[in-house]
Design a protein around this ligand. Structure first.
Ligand SMILES: [Zn+2]
Length: 64
């Protein structure tokens, strides 16, 4: 899962390029912020959550 917890803030970070969204005060707000920004969340082969910004999601969908 790639929402980093920093003190009392949650910051979505892209697993592709490490772009960050502004910190949110709750996990749910961070999830909502990702959705609003068009980020894509999926699980990799190992069951780990992977968050991708729109740019990386586009690159990934083209590579498949
Ligand atoms: Zn990215």
């Amino acid at each position: 899962m790639s929402i980093e917890r920093f003190r009392c803030f949650f910051t979505p970070i892209c697993d592709g390029c490490e772009t960050e969204l502004p910190a949110e005060e709750s996990f749910m707000d961070a999830v909502e912020a990702k959705r609003r920004a068009g980020w894509k969340t999926s699980r990799d082969e190992g069951g780990e959550w992977v968050d991708l910004c729109p740019e990386c999601a586009k690159a990934e969908s083209m590579s498949k």
